[in-house]
Design a protein around this ligand. Structure first.
Ligand code: URA
Length: 186
């Protein structure tokens, strides 16, 4: 099996969909290769495309604040996206782009073997948990899928648009912290 560096190199050379023509950088993923928890967002935005690192823009800074608030060090988690290349003007990913890219995420999960996968927002939850996932109703609920426990929380960009959701986000992040503590005890 490939290691993460080999997989990253293959991802950086990928030309499976048209987003390769407009990307500055492929945004593969970042964090601990032995993380217990993996956070999965939708697709890189402008700052991520320019830097090659996921969640470094405004939404990413807000994610950092939640990780800090519940005492989960960012270096201890792994962060990636469904799409590794930025869609022009940050439009939603197209189904064919997700289909072309999802194999990289599957391989990342196989290599890292997290205990918990947290979808950041509706798009990731619809792809990874179930197609009709309702983020407003189902965020914070645990779903067992194969070897993983999965959940979804609001996308940090949604919290920037609607600060009323921030309390629920903090409660969900606290639940994630508790679940990780429980899993590492048992
Ligand atoms: N939004 C995402 O879904 N992913 C990023 O990496 C940045 C913003």
């Amino acid at each position: 099996m490939e290691n993460l560096n080999e997989l990253r190199a293959r991802c950086e050379a990928c030309r499976a969909c048209s987003l390769c023509q407009t990307r500055t950088n492929c945004v593969f993923g970042t964090g601990s290769e032995t993380a217990d928890v993996m956070f999965v967002g939708e697709a890189p935005g402008e700052k991520e495309d320019l830097s090659g690192v996921p969640f470094v823009g405004r939404a990413g800074q807000l994610l950092d604040r939640y990780l800090y608030a519940v005492d989960i060090p960012r270096e201890s988690v792994y962060i990636a996206n469904i799409l590794k290349c930025r869609p022009p003007k940050n439009r939603d990913p197209l189904p064919e782009e997700e289909d072309a890219c999802i194999g990289f995420l599957r391989e990342q999960v196989k290599i890292i073997k997290p205990k918990v996968i947290v979808c950041l927002g509706r798009i990731a939850a619809m792809r990874l948990i179930k197609p009709d996932y309702k983020i407003t109703k189902e965020h914070g609920e645990w779903v067992k899928k194969g070897d993983f426990l999965m959940t979804a929380v609001y996308h940090p960009a949604a919290l920037l648009r609607d600060p009323n959701k921030k309390e629920e986000m903090l409660a969900d992040m606290q639940k994630i912290k508790e679940k990780l503590a429980e899993l590492s005890e048992g």
